[in-house]
Write a protein that binds this ligand. Structure first.
Ligand SMILES: Nc1c(NC[C@H](O)[C@H](O)[C@H](O)CO)[nH]c(=O)[nH]c1=O
Ligand SMILES: CC(=O)[C@@H](O)COP(=O)(O)O
Length: 163
């Protein structure tokens, strides 16, 4: 499988602009906190590495990935940011609950970004098991949080270039 061969966080194919002009929010789900904490660390550190000021990064948590949409909406309704990064980890269980959460979160984050015309980044792992999640939160397949942060910078930069 293609994924097995590469880090999903390899951004050598593109140049990430400076993050210094932009304000960011990071909304992190507390479910699977060991995983989402690593995603958050990856996202935060990449933003700062790319020049974002710590005072320009708003960080909040929500109970679970299902609440990421509400958390992003609260941020975008109350704070002026150039992008919001939504981080979560949904791990499949024994019932269809996984499918409902993943679908709701994907659609919700899409819609909240469109509602406010602000990039809302889907940094949510949707895995079959804990091992796959660990591999994508700083393991052999990179860090989804880093990817989400890089995407946030690129989208904020795109929007500013079009204004
Ligand atoms: N099972 C997982 C959940 N479940 C909780 C939901 O996200 C939500 O908080 C609850 O349904 C109340 O609305 N959340 C995750 O982020 N990851 C999971 O694996
Ligand atoms: C994704 C989930 O909500 C999952 O953890 C729930 O597990 P189960 O389907 O066994 O109730």
């Amino acid at each position: 499988m293609a994924t097995q061969l590469k880090s999903l966080s390899d951004f050598s194919h593109t140049t990430i602009p400076s993050a210094s002009p932009y304000r960011f929010a990071i909304v992190t789900a507390q479910w699977n906190a060991d995983i989402t904490g690593a995603l958050y660390q990856g996202a935060y550190e990449l933003l700062v590495k790319q020049g974002a000021s710590p005072e320009n990064i708003i960080s909040v948590t929500v109970p679970g990935s299902f609440e990421l949409t509400s958390g992003a909406d609260m941020i975008l309704n109350n704070k002026k940011v150039d992008a919001v990064i939504c981080l979560g980890c949904v791990i499949k269980g024994d019932t269809p609950h996984f499918e409902y959460i993943c679908s709701a979160v994907a659609h919700g984050i899409t819609n909240v970004g469109l509602k406010y015309n602000i990039p809302a980044i889907f940094g949510v792992l949707t895995t079959n098991n804990q091992e796959q999640a660990l591999e994508r939160a700083g393991g052999k397949h990179g860090n989804k949080g880093e990817e989400a942060a890089a995407t946030a910078i690129l989208m904020a930069d795109l929007q500013r270039s079009l204004c």
